[in-house]
Design a protein around this ligand. Structure first.
Ligand code: SAM
Length: 219
């Protein structure tokens, strides 16, 4: 893409490689998607820093390293159907559109869902659908998913998300309190409804709201 930001994208790719991101398809996506189009104009000069940035409505575009790691953990080959919970700016949706066959992304704030949809369409990324709704329940109409990535902190692993994975499917989700979480890889078993949980990184995300997030009634 010849937009004057290619050098910054290459530098970001090098930074992420330096931090241990190895999946070449993920690095190619980071080197291609124009991240500056997903942040407010006043913050464009910081779009390629490895940092989270505010995007309005009290929400953030997550740190590129965490987004790249989350994509990498899904081990996508290009043939998968993926669900993203928490579209935010739509940047990670754009990365996923280059890594999977189809992407469904659910966002609870209508204004963000609309803005993300417009940027994604403007880029011609036609294998993604942005849905306005409560993603803590997953998105049943298009389930099951080979991969699910949650971009907001959850108090627990929401049961509907595990139930909407294919056998062997992978879910990446930050689990913990509103102040600190552990990015967790959940892998559904091939032969039964059970799953494994692997803690991967300490992270800090904005909270997942909704019925199976921090708004849900305690069990
Ligand atoms: N990956 C995004 C990006 O690239 O910009 C960043 C997502 S931001 C850290 C988290 C998003 O999750 C916010 O936009 C927030 O509104 C959304 N969110 C929180 N709870 C949600 C829910 N129950 N369903 C859908 N979206 C939710």
């Amino acid at each position: 893409m010849t937009d004057g930001f290619a050098g910054y994208r290459s530098q970001l790719v090098e930074t992420l490689q330096g931090k241990g991101v190895r999946d070449m398809a993920v690095l190619r996506a980071i080197g291609t998607i124009p991240r500056h189009l997903f942040v407010p104009e006043s913050l464009r000069h910081r779009a390629y820093a490895d940092a989270a940035l505010p995007i309005g409505n009290g929400q953030t575009i997550s740190q590129p390293f965490v987004q790249a790691r989350s994509c990498e953990l899904l081990r996508l080959t290009g043939r998968e159907r993926v669900l993203e919970v928490g579209t935010g700016s739509g940047y990670q949706t754009a990365l996923l559109s280059m890594l999977a066959e189809t992407v469904f992304s659910v966002e609870r704030i209508a204004e963000l869902a609309r803005a993300a949809h417009e940027v994604l369409r403007g880029l011609g990324l036609n294998n993604v659908s942005v849905i306005h709704g409560d993603g803590s329940m997953g998105w049943r109409p298009n389930a099951p998913y080979d991969g699910i990535v949650v971009a907001a902190a959850s108090p627990v692993i929401p049961e509907p998300l595990v139930a909407q994975l294919t056998p062997g499917g992978r879910l990446v989700i930050p689990v913990g309190s509103t102040n600190a979480q552990v990015l967790t890889l959940v892998t559904r078993h091939q032969n039964d409804a059970g799953h494994d949980e692997l803690p991967v990184h300490d992270v800090r995300f904005v909270p997942l709201r909704g019925e199976h997030g921090f708004d849900g009634s305690p069990a």
